[in-house]
Design a protein around this ligand. Structure first.
Ligand code: C2O
Length: 539
């Protein structure tokens, strides 16, 4: 196994992802940041220098952080923020995992403005291999783009007046693929800040098969991805290889990844086909009238042996409407059968079950003013700068129930069920850190713990992935092997909902957390004076 060293300077920079100038947050001059690529078993070391004027923390989405929960990267939760002007070294080993992941800031909505990037893990254990199943790889990192600075959006959204008059999460102005999009400048709020961009082109070799690694690194938008005239063979959901499924288009909610094989065998050299990422606008409560929901990448069949000289007009072989799914809902679970089977044990242990009931509501902030927020078991998460939850438990303390709801699986519990109930009128992408989620059941309405006791679940090779869509007014049950001590986040991956309090904590093996060899570099991030540890940071 190798160790991969990265040195990252995080800074503000002027960018124009879709042609409209805005302030972004970049890594070493790039947004999205550099791609991390490694092999299973390797160690990743990232030195982060924070040149912002606020704190930050980087999360490695989907990495389980086995025995290194303090490297999970959530400010206020698993560490104190890396302070403005400060540095911190993340160091962790990629154990027992491979596939398509990503990283992003887990502080407020910093990743919405560019602080995110791909994390790819290769492995001889991957049943789909380059050289046999495909010839080359293409990373497709999706995002939604907001012309306003995201932190400003959130501050207004969580104020009594709301953002543009509503407490609802905003709609973006454009879609991005690998950080690039297009926008119709005639719709721009300040036309002098806008330039019309062209759709980027990537050449592909006729006859070759590509593995697309598609990541939805967006903050609110649900996307469909398709390639005109080509079928996509889906081979992995998040980090889990699945039995191949041929589809016309792939739905992804925030945080989700799908890998798909596509063979370039329907055109002639010089032909072009659009890879389309399309934002499903019906998933938003409010839609910005200027929104252009499409981001395209022109795939041009290479002239062989010459390089392509021009971009022909893309053939319109669109089959966007030919689909096996509609609305803002994920593939159904029966399309996601893992290729490496796992049977999960039965679980009737009353100490091995917990429940998160989530929904939208209003919080009174004075006798006359209220703000919209999300609640998990009645609590809306607020990020105070105090001892991070993980460190509190490590020191033998407790998690402040006024700040976040938590469930605890004690050191004698090895299999645990987490019941997720979505009482909202929209679908949410739920993401669990630290342990692998097996989706063993779903249903409509609520599921009580009494009903859970007598219900039979799908324990024979159920789908497993780290981010699942729970549709409105339904429940889902995740069964996990609770063998990785830590305080793990469960949250909605819509960045604006997370910022509005949509997060709970799962404490696994608190006695083992006390025994963790805790690096002093992590402890040193926290200020030592008690007063500064109890200031409220965000509304
Ligand atoms: Cu991708 Cu808790 O996040």
């Amino acid at each position: 196994p190798k160790t991969h060293h990265f040195d990252w300077n995080i800074h503000y920079a002027d960018g124009a992802p879709d042609g409209y100038a805005k302030r972004q947050i970049m890594i070493n001059g790039q947004a999205p940041g550099p791609t991390i690529e490694c092999n299973e078993g390797d160690e990743i070391v990232v030195m982060v220098h924070n040149h912002l004027d606020v704190g930050t923390g980087i999360h490695w989405h989907g990495m389980f952080q086995n025995s290194t929960p303090y490297m999970d990267g959530i400010p206020g939760f698993t560490q104190c923020p890396i302070p403005a002007g400060g540095s911190f070294e993340y160091r962790f080993r990629v154990q027992g995992q491979f596939g398509t992941y990503w990283y992003h800031s887990h502080e407020a909505v910093q990743y919405t403005d560019g602080l995110y990037g791909p994390l790819i893990v290769h492995s001889p254990n991957d049943p789909y291999q380059q050289g046999r199943d495909y010839d080359d790889e293409i990373i497709i990192l999706l995002a939604d783009n907001y012309h306003d600075y995201a932190d400003k959006i959130v501050r207004e959204m969580l104020s009594p007046a709301g953002y543009k008059g509503t407490p609802a999460a905003p709609s973006p102005q454009s879609a991005l693929i690998n950080g690039r999009g297009v926008f119709n400048c005639s719709m721009a709020e300040h036309k002098s800040r806008c330039a019309d961009l062209k759709t980027p082109t990537r050449s592909v070799v006729p006859g070759k098969t590509y593995r697309l690694r598609i990541i939805n690194g967006g903050s609110h938008a649900f996307n469909y991805v398709s390639i005109d005239g080509h079928m996509l063979d889906v081979i992995a959901a998040d980090g889990t290889p699945i039995f191949k499924q041929s589809v016309h288009r792939i739905p992804l909610h925030n945080g989700q990844r799908y890998d798909a094989l596509v063979t370039m065998d329907v055109g002639e050299p010089g032909d072009s086909f659009l890879l389309r990422s399309f934002i499903e606008t019906s998933c938003f409560a409010v839609v910005d009238p200027a929104l252009d929901p499409t981001a395209n990448l022109t795939l041009q069949y290479q002239f062989f042996p010459e390089e392509p000289v021009s971009s022909p007009v893309p053939r319109d072989w669109s089959d966007m409407n030919n689909s096996n799914n509609t609305g803002c809902v994920d593939f159904s679970d029966d399309l996601l059968t893992p290729l490496i089977p796992q049977t999960v044990p039965e679980n009737k242990n009353p100490d091995g079950v917990g429940k998160f009931i989530t929904g939208f509501g209003f919080m009174n902030i004075s006798s006359t003013q209220r703000v919209g927020r999300f609640f998990v078991n009645g609590t809306s998460y607020v990020n105070y700068i105090n001892r991070p939850f993980l460190e509190s438990v490590h020191r033998g303390g407790a998690i402040n129930p006024a700040q976040i709801t938590s469930m605890t699986f004690n050191d004698d519990v090895w299999v645990a069920d987490i019941i997720l109930v979505n009482t909202d009128v929209i679908d949410h992408p739920y993401h669990l850190h630290g342990v692998e989620s097996h989706i063993i059941g779903r249903g409509s309405g609520n599921l009580t713990v009494e009903e859970w006791k007598t219900k039979s679940f799908n324990t024979i090779n159920p789908p497993r992935r780290d981010t699942i869509v729970v549709p409105q007014k339904t429940w889902a049950v995740l069964r996990v092997f609770s063998d990785n001590p830590g305080v793990w986040a469960m949250h909605c991956h819509i960045a604006f909902h997370l910022a509005g309090g949509f997060m709970g904590a799962v404490v696994i093996h608190p006695e083992a957390i006390k025994q963790l060899p805790y690096p002093s570099s992590v402890l040193d991030l926290c200020p030592t004076d008690a007063a500064s540890l109890n200031t409220i940071e965000v509304p």
